[in-house]
Design a protein around this ligand. Structure first.
Ligand SMILES: Nc1ncnc2c1ncn2[C@@H]1O[C@H](COP(=O)(O)OP(=O)(O)OP(=O)(O)O)[C@@H](O)[C@H]1O
Ligand SMILES: [Mg+2]
Length: 358
């Protein structure tokens, strides 16, 4: 049973606290993805779970055992790194066999495991080759194979696909999803790639500055972000976060003076409370001037083929991103009008926490 439980986990480098108290329960066989800005502590947290960094405060349990002080090799975890970290002077076979031999496994058992894993990853023909005679994607599969042969309870991946080109990433992403189903193991996956996070995760953990901002399913963090940070971080292009004031009687006055009606329930706030309206770019649509809730000049038009991402300057300090159809011909400098679909919108209170929908 590869459940992972972190309780009050903290880490300091010198006097700098980089992990500031993490409580997290990862279920057996769950695939959890850590996301967050560069430097927020994703790799450090992963390395602490693997035993490659000491834990200064708190405890880590894997499969019901307290492993906080346990050596990495005894934790039942295997880690796959972004830079593969294969031994350059060893063949793929020996790279995969190395840890098993060191653990004292008999030669026949080592051979059986390496060959079965190679077959599963379709890398049998690579076994006699050294890393320098392989492509990036092939090296990454060998690195994953080296983790699989150890038959760990928990797999950890630190941005394993970020050195691969776009097509290979897509292929490896589906391979990892397939491995997760076949191996029935717990997996913790770090990525900067929104699509990877959304498609692979059972749950996403959003980290920021060494703390957890939210833990939820991909749908939860996308549609019900806990706060402005998560709202702005999850989704690409990012959610529009618009300054507004909420009046009694459900009138929402947007920063540039337009009033819209907010119909969803909100907790009691003082009249005229400063709030933030969060609207995804796909919920902003172009319209004619008569229906406009905002108007602005196009500062950037990204024609992506199937869709067009338009950036509008609405007023000083307020810009809007609009996801429009691929046939929209707007150019920089054009003045456009937009309306909001508030059905899927979020409202954030003065402290930045989501107040609607509940
Ligand atoms: N060995 C170390 N000594 C001192 N500071 C460190 C060390 N390792 C990491 N840090 C610092 O700890 C913080 C968290 O680093 P970490 O590598 O965990 O971030 P990350 O979320 O993985 O970032 P990225 O997305 O860029 O990989 C950073 O401020 C980093 O500079
Ligand atoms: Mg990192």
């Amino acid at each position: 049973m590869g459940a992972v439980t972190l309780t009050g986990v903290r880490k300091l480098f010198g006097t700098m606290e980089v992990i500031k108290g993490i409580d997290l329960a990862i279920a057996d066989r769950e695939l959890v993805v850590f996301v967050g800005p560069s430097g927020c502590g994703k790799s450090t947290l992963l390395r602490m779970i693997a035993g490659l960094e000491d834990v200064d405060y708190g405890a880590i349990e894997i499969a019901g055992r307290d492993v906080t002080e346990l050596a990495p090799a005894l934790r039942g975890v295997a880690m796959v790194f972004q830079n593969y970290a294969l031994y350059p002077h060893m063949t793929a076979y020996d790279n995969m066999a190395y840890g098993l031999r060191r653990a004292g496994l008999a030669g026949a058992e080592v051979d059986k495991r390496v060959r079965a894993t190679a077959a599963m990853l379709q890398i049998t023909e690579l076994l006699p080759r050294r890393p320098k005679a392989m492509s990036g994607g092939q090296r990454q599969r060998v690195a994953i194979g080296r983790a699989i042969v150890r038959n760990p309870e928990v797999f950890m991946f630190d941005e394993p696909l970020s050195n691969l080109d776009a097509a290979l990433r897509v292929e490896m992403r589906s391979q990892i999803a397939r491995l997760h189903r076949e191996l029935q193991a717990t997996m913790i996956f770090v990525t900067h790639d929104q699509v990877e996070a959304m498609t692979l995760a059972d749950r996403i953990v959003v980290l920021n500055g060494g703390r957890i901002e939210q833990v939820g399913t991909p749908r939860e963090v996308y549609h019900r972000p806990a706060n402005i940070f998560v709202a702005g971080f999850i989704g690409s292009p990012a959610m529009n976060l618009l300054p507004a004031n909420l009046h009694r009687g459900a009138a929402l006055e947007l920063g540039w003076g337009t009033r819209v009606t907010w119909t969803a329930a909100v907790p009691a706030l003082p009249d005229n409370a400063p709030v933030t309206l969060g609207v995804r770019p796909e919920r902003v649509s172009l319209c004619d001037a008569a229906r406009a809730q905002a108007s602005g000049e196009v500062t950037l038009a990204e024609h992506l083929g199937d869709e067009t991402i338009l950036h509008l300057k609405v007023s000083d300090g307020v810009s809007l991103t609009v996801k429009a159809g691929g046939d929209v011909a707007a150019l920089v400098g054009d003045r456009l009008h937009v309306a909001f679909d508030l059905a899927g919108a979020c409202l954030f209170g003065p402290d930045g926490r989501r107040i609607a929908p509940d």
